[in-house]
Design a protein around this ligand. Structure first.
Ligand SMILES: NC(=O)c1ccc[n+]([C@@H]2O[C@H](COP(=O)([O-])OP(=O)(O)OC[C@H]3O[C@@H](n4cnc5c(N)ncnc54)[C@H](OP(=O)(O)O)[C@@H]3O)[C@@H](O)[C@H]2O)c1
Length: 267
């Protein structure tokens, strides 16, 4: 399999790093392009993959193409390649851009799937939602699932649910990082040095996530197990609950989902 990654920025780069470290692809089998030949060269050097001077050159020898540009560029990039995508598999990780719009932009020539990974694919702990489009076959889905399974777990979803998946899973790590930063800052306020505070805060977040995924118990049940009445945890949770922390987080998820819907309508 030969891969092209159009837009080797944060996510494209994270995906490439994960694929290479998982052994699903060799660096020689991945060609990348960016906004300019010099930027492509720079990214290719740091990722150890093949640099291409244009998107056309990148897709020429590839069977599977990952579209990893920003939403505003996605349809323009795909339209400019319409003649070159005949019979190829196009996997878009772009938030908010519908498969049908991509399909139209390729003039119906490419087989399309949408995937919504998160940034942890870089360390092979990602979660990726995959939504097949009517232009793709079950074999395409299996190939794409194999790639994303090598860098984390995969769930098949309908395209309709991708906006909310984007909010919870694609943007979710940034929300969790803000919580982590705040937790660490609380430690610094209490006298810890910055490194120790970050280690404790990251450990607390990792512990919470691992408890949920490894025990299969509901987060609320696990939370109650570590909250003794009138204890230290109860004192802290009381502040979070009385400040509407749970509804604020839900509001953030709604805003991210609405932005994804908006992107699909305005582009
Ligand atoms: N960040 C996340 O956690 C996340 C999660 C899931 C999905 N996504 C999706 O992933 C996509 C990329 O996000 P990102 O955070 O990786 O953005 P990013 O770091 O800005 O990367 C975008 C890349 O696209 C390149 N590019 C711009 N115009 C191009 C063109 N005409 N042809 C080829 N490449 C071009 C840029 O090149 P230059 O460097 O030369 O400008 C850059 O390498 C977005 O659509 C986003 O919705 C992101």
């Amino acid at each position: 399999m030969k891969y092209a990654v159009l837009g080797a920025g944060n996510m494209g780069g994270a995906l490439i790093r994960g694929m290479i470290s998982a052994g699903i692809a060799r660096a020689d089998d991945i060609a990348i392009s960016s906004s300019t030949p010099s930027s492509s060269k720079k990214s290719a050097l740091s990722l150890g993959v093949q640099s291409c001077a244009s998107n056309t050159e990148a897709v020429a020898g590839a069977n599977m193409i990952f579209l990893c540009v920003k939403p505003a560029q996605a349809l323009g990039v795909v339209s400019s390649l319409a003649g070159e995508l005949d019979g190829k598999l196009l996997v878009s990780i772009v938030a908010g851009i519908r498969s049908e719009d991509l399909h139209r932009s390729t003039l119906g020539s490419a087989r399309i799937l949408r995937a919504m990974p998160n940034t942890a694919v870089r360390i092979r702990k990602g979660v990726t939602a995959i939504a097949p489009h009517r232009s793709s076959f079950i074999e395409d889905f299996k190939l794409v699932r194999q790639v994303f399974s090598s860098v984390g777990s995969v769930l098949e979803v309908t395209e309709e649910s991708l906006d909310i998946v984007t909010a919870v899973s694609g943007s979710g790590p940034a929300f969790a990082l803000l919580m982590l930063e705040s937790l660490a800052q609380g430690g610094i306020d209490g006298g810890l040095d910055s490194d120790a505070a970050t280690i404790f805060a990251a450990g607390a977040m990792a512990a919470a996530a691992a408890l949920v995924t490894e025990t299969g118990e509901a987060p609320s049940v696990l939370r109650k197990q570590i909250t003794s009445p009138s204890g230290t945890t109860a004192a802290g949770l009381g502040v979070l609950e009385s400040s509407n922390f749970p509804s604020i987080v839900r509001e953030a998820v709604r805003a991210a989902r609405d932005r994804s819907v908006e992107l699909s309508k305005t582009l």
